[in-house]
Ligand binder design. Sequence first.
Ligand SMILES: [Zn+2]
Length: 283
Amino acid sequence: MTILHRYQNPAYTGSNRCVPCTITNVAIAALGSLAVAAVAPPLGAVAFLGALLTIYLRGYLVPGTPAFTRRYFPDWLLAVFDKADPTPSSADVEEMLVAAGVLHDEATDLVLDPRFATAWAERMADIDTERDGLSDADADRLDAVELAALTDLDADALDIQRYGDAVVANLDAERIGRWESRAAFVADVAAARELDDWVPRWRSIPLAARSELLGALRLFLERCPACDAALTLDHEVVRSCCRDRDVIAMSCSGCGSRLLEADFDVSVLEGEADAMASPVETH
Ligand SMILES: [Zn+2]
């Protein structure tokens, strides 16, 4: 199995596998194999097994399946495959950060405590300094050790990988975290180090809730953790495999690092003329 896994395309398999696209491909493989089997039954069986193996390893059989699936699968059917993803309410997250003094409720706006902002920025700079001159592999290893310390997980079982711009953390081959960019990862690690001092019983908060809290906090960043350029907030339509999603995206105007990408319900904006300019809510 390990030899097989070497030929696996991680971009379309494992936790990145698209269920609607896989179903479409298996159906195409079945129809194609039946056609072959009508002429030569043993050949049909071999063709079907070969097709299944290809789908297992590459994630798809027919190139361009996502476009096909997007066109022919109705939205309600695609929605069935969307992972149910219960997120803690942003009100709880805000409340916890306000109670800890990290955020202040000023008039109609939440603002970051200036002392926290300074400490956070210093810790982000420290992380960059610690990795100065290291190879990517050594930096990733150091990131894994760091993440293990922050999450009380076993560093040897933790593995950090990069897919394009994204940073992914796996624990025994199971994905436990994904960041839009290395800059977002640095922001979270630095904030987690600092929050340990600010939020009572920080480490007793479940990991999923801590990661939600760190994500929410990234909205308060003003400058890029990687290059210090200003950050911009946009409403975008992101094409992920076979479907389109409306997202709020925060990116760096300098290096282009994506700091935040959150699903966004456009119906909230319906009827508003200046949808693009609307302020962002974290829920
Ligand atoms: Zn940048």
